[in-house]
Design a binder for this molecule. Structure first.
Ligand code: GLA
Length: 742
């Protein structure tokens, strides 16, 4: 039994081959946290881990026990007001004005499998033996509320899923002002916190800081999970590397405002918590209603950050992403956005599609500008019907023609948005989020639809369903191009405005659910001005996401490297674009651009009709190469080898499941004169297997490649060195292909 309960000591032990997680009901009935880390033996009584030394000045609930204080006890779901002076996981305003609460253990259930959390995205099981779920019931009889803490333990992976539910069992409404998905108290603070931080076009840069007393927090108040911070944090021991040492990852399956916080008290206890951000959140819970938090995922690794990421990749690829495309290599596409922006018509698109087909591509994606009278970004969002001036036979006519060329057809939507200049706004101004008597701020000239209102979600969904049913569409890019402001729902009563931001996200999930159910074979790619919604919530519906609007290959090294900390390679939209690059004006070679974009879903985002014959020849080879290797890249085991945040050289690799094949991507940003001899130690190979290394043209054993390393210094000299872009100059890259001999 992977979840053990010892009745005599009221101890829970979640244990699999990798980890142990131990909790105990404390003497006052609250739930205490005793241990989370590498697997340890079970024992009936772990209470030696409960701190018993009395602390001066602590607030104590028992007259005769100066050692028992919530101020220093490690807990599972702390509340404020009964002696714990740290920030709580839960804050409920009760009818009598009190916010004090005390939830005590009343019972628990242990079940095989993992229940659905619909309508919230969640990790799922395909058969009951994959996970076991523990639900611990706690009650506050004064508040008349039941709190359920839910833990699902993965049988195979070092992963635990957590969430919480609160039910109002009284007659009068309660007001939840803060409810985290989890809290976890760790017994020391000797950790480095990792986060994925950035801004538009430089998303998910890896940042580190050592924990300090007080609060360190990241979050989003932008309405989407954001470019700026990702709903993920990790704690690693200061000396943990990619290969060695302990790390804990915490990831929230949610696409809206979030808070990820670590509070270190002055006794060096680290309280980790994550959940919906309490700002602009206030949930009135009527009698007998239940509030369910989003789910959070804990991953533990004792062998470094690569192992941590590999667990996330495996779990998210197989048990969060779903549907037809989950396990299928992704179509190689061309997207017209950077090629044409708004300036296109049917003839131009067909010419691009014809060339794309000749190059060997599989899918043509028509981006923004095909609907209403949208010729720039000031108009028509909400009017999801084709612009017949640009596309005289509509989307159906165009999609049919593209399909007849032998390509799939994909289409861009931005369902949650509205332009003031739109038929939709003229008909339904009340469908726009805006605060009465206050000026609404725009973002990129656009405003936000009230997706907390099911009527709005239905109307937009109806327009999309019509287009998707009438035309042969095999891919949808769902965009979301601004952060939220002046959030207020004109169709929601004033006392429920605190629900709007969360309900909005539920509306987004609801429309995704409707569309993915009605069109199970359509591949959805999520997007939010590039990577503002690259989060686990989106992955549940859309197995891939546009990683960033920055298509510059050098910048992409950092973005894709950082993203790989949590998200699988198969989820990263990555395209080769034109040079000079549109975001940075940087010029890099076509091979360099492709060598970076291969480690993702791969496609082109440029006007293929403008390519020279020489470029077309190279691109044809690149496309064929990716067709031959995409299954390995997208579904192999990924290792980070050298970090762009620490070095001039970025290196990563993927290894096939049977370890007989691997690809190493090596990228040097700036050239160095008379440089040192360089080697990179590979990972994940079979020590005893002999591999042929193309690129080096040598046969080497796995142990040599992993312990001595792959020689990456220039192998050429003289005339070839001067002209070979794979050897000389800035922005140089190579792909090494390793194949088992014999
Ligand atoms: C966003 C996306 C781009 C493109 C444009 C279209 O910025 O990230 O890829 O679709 O919108 O307006």
């Amino acid at each position: 039994m992977p979840i053990i309960y010892h009745e005599t000591t009221k101890t829970f032990h979640l244990q699999n081959a990798h980890l142990s997680y131990v909790m105990q009901v404390l003497k006052n009935g609250q739930l205490g946290q005793l241990y989370f880390g590498k697997r340890v033996h079970d024992r009936v009584d772990f209470s030696y881990l409960v701190e018993t030394s009395p602390r001066a000045m602590a607030v104590c609930p028992f007259e005769d026990d100066m050692s028992f204080s919530m101020d220093h006890l490690k807990q599972e779901f702390p509340v404020y007001g009964n002696g714990d002076m740290r920030h709580p996981a839960l804050d409920v305003l009760q009818p009598n004005g009190s916010r004090y609460s005390q939830f005590v253990y009343v019972g628990h259930r242990i079940e095989k499998g993992k229940p659905s959390m619909h309508p919230l995205p969640h990790v799922y099981v395909e058969n009951e033996d994959e996970m076991t779920t523990l639900t611990i019931e706690l009650e506050d009889t004064v508040m008349q509320a039941r709190l359920e803490l839910v833990y699902s333990l993965d049988e195979q992976r070092p992963a635990i899923m957590r969430s919480a539910r609160l039910t109002n069992e009284g007659e009068k409404p309660l007001q939840i002002d803060r409810m985290m998905s989890f809290a976890l108290d760790l017994p020391d603070a000797n950790y480095t916190m990792l986060e994925l931080t950035g801004a538009w076009s430089r998303e998910r840069h890896l940042k580190e800081r050592s924990l300090q007393h007080g609060i360190q927090a990241i979050g989003s108040l932008r309405g989407h999970s954001s470019h700026n911070f990702n709903p993920f944090i990790a704690l690693k021991r200061p000396k943990t590397t990619e290969y060695l040492g302990e790390a804990y990852g915490f990831s929230l399956i949610y696409s809206g405002n979030f808070l990820a916080q670590i509070e270190v008290d002055t006794y060096d206890t680290s309280r980790v918590m994550m959940g919906i951000h309490p700002q602009n959140f206030s949930w009135e819970l009527a009698s007998q209603e239940t509030f369910q938090t989003p789910e959070a995922v804990f991953v533990y690794a004792d062998q470094g950050l690569n192992a941590l990421s590999q667990t996330f990749h495996d779990l998210y690829r197989h048990r969060l992403a779903r549907g037809y495309w989950r396990d299928r290599p992704r179509p190689l596409l061309v997207n017209n956005w950077e090629g044409t922006y708004f300036d296109f018509n049917e003839a131009r698109i067909l010419e691009m599609a014809k060339t794309a087909k000749e190059l060997g591509l599989e899918l043509f994606v028509l981006d923004d500008g095909w609907f209403g009278h949208r010729n720039d970004d000031t108009t028509s969002l909400g009017d999801w019907y084709p612009n017949l001036q640009k596309l005289p036979e509509g989307i159906t006519g165009l999609a049919n023609k593209v399909t007849e060329l032998g390509l799939g057809f994909g289409l861009w939507f931005e369902p949650e948005m509205i332009s003031i200049d739109s038929d939709l706004y003229r008909a339904h101004p009340e469908w726009m989020l805006s605060t009465p008597h206050r000026h609404p701020s725009h973002g990129r000239h656009q405003y936000i639809l009230d997706f907390s209102n099911p009527e709005v979600v239905k109307a937009i969904g109806d327009m999309m369903v019509k287009i998707l049913s009438e035309a042969p569409i095999s891919y949808v890019k769902w965009d979301m191009n601004r952060a939220m402001s002046e959030v207020y729902s004109l169709t929601t009563p004033s006392h429920e405005q605190g629900k709007v931001m969360h309900r909005y996200i539920l509306g987004v999930y609801d429309l995704y659910d409707r569309l993915t159910t009605a069109f199970p074979k359509i591949l959805f790619e999520s997007c939010a001005s590039g990577g503002a919604r690259f989060d686990p919530g989106m992955l549940y519906y859309a197995p891939q996401a546009w990683t960033s609007d920055d298509t510059d290959a050098v910048e992409r090294l950092k973005i894709q490297y950082g993203t790989s900390l949590v998200y699988p390679i198969s989820s990263m939209g990555s395209h080769v674009s034109a040079v000079p690059n549109h975001q940075l004006s940087r010029i890099t070679s076509l091979p360099f651009r492709a060598n970076v974009a291969y480690f993702g879903t791969f496609g082109y985002e440029l006007d293929v009709t403008k390519l020279s014959d020489e470029e077309k020849t190279i691109i044809k080879e690149q496309i064929q190469w990716m067709k031959d290797h995409r299954a390995l890249i997208q579904f192999g085991t990924f290792y980070r080898l050298s970090s762009p945040f620490e070095s001039n050289v970025t290196c990563w690799m993927v290894v096939s499941e049977d370890k007989r094949e691997a690809l190493v991507g090596w990228y040097r940003v700036l050239n160095k004169v008379n440089a040192a001899y360089e080697r990179i130690r590979l990972a994940g190979l079979d020590e005893d297997m002999l591999y042929h290394v193309s690129g080096l043209e040598l046969d080497l054993y796995g142990d040599e490649l992993m312990h001595i390393g792959l020689l990456t210094s220039d192998h050429t000299s003289g005339e070839r060195k001067a002209t070979d872009p794979t050897q000389n100059g800035d922005f140089v890259s190579r792909i090494y292909h390793l194949k088992a001999c014999g």
